[in-house]
Design a binder for this molecule. Sequence first.
Ligand SMILES: O=C(O)CCC(=O)C(=O)O
Length: 322
Amino acid sequence: MAVARRKASELSYETFLREYVEANVPVVVEGAGAMFPATQQWTPEFFKSRFGSKQVNISYGEKMTFSAFIDAVIASREDAPGPYMYRLFIGPHLPELLPYLEPQNPYSFPRRLASPLMPSRWKRPDGYLKLLIGGTGGRFPVLHYDGENAHAAITEIYGDKEFILYSPDDSPNLYPKQDMPNQSRVGDPQHPDLERFPLFAHATQHHTVLHPGDMVFVPARWWHAARVLSPSVSICQNMYDASNWRGFVDEICRDTEGLGGLKRFAKKTYMSGLGALLSALERAPGRGRERPVGVAALVARLAPIRSTDVADSSSWSMRDWT
Ligand SMILES: O=C(O)CCC(=O)C(=O)O
């Protein structure tokens, strides 16, 4: 099945929220990233020439110099895929890149992650902004959905990438791992071992190809994976709003980390109350104003719904999120 495609120039933010975010339906927004200076300037060579000697995170625990990594990306082939970068958080590791991503893409704005009312553990004003780079045949290593009920947005900056998704309803056909239920045991979903995983044949694949400027919205609990068709650079962000808050709270409160019942109850009460407060502030009258002042400005700051509601990226906390 093809993922729906809409043009950014014809898709209002309100329609995007109603038809896709609230409905938990994936969509590609064409041109959502077209206004980024990055879309004009980022190429594999850009990273090699600017940051060649810098050691960067590629995957969990794997680091390389940018120079060696980009050489491997260029050499990557369908039958001999090179490494795929998916653990480089831009804010703490390459803040020089942030100006290339402003003005922010409104469709991937992190919303509640950017609220100062978020507990510090989940305060991510850039939405866990990550850099994803790979060469032909490179791929994200596992079919998965994002933890803590997050929505995700992946915006293609350079090159082409195949992106596939499976609905949460297909979870029983995807063989979730016992210890990590948001990861599938199937391995490469384009070359599944159907003798080991026969139910996978019943799963409905939603398919698209991302080109520069395209953003795919990945709703909470939708399984997804990506494979590079030509050397590719993209970014990934997470987002919370009223549509995925309850699932987020349920998940973080299930993970008790040794907390007793009373503490868990207190945490759940606080987070549920915060959700109700943010929902009210997000719907407060006058939220559409371009430059709010007074009380409206305070409301916008506490419950940001678009990038102009928050301070610019130079003031973001650059804590290491790896
Ligand atoms: O490589 C991609 O585009 C997928 C990224 C992703 O799913 C993730 O970082 O969680």
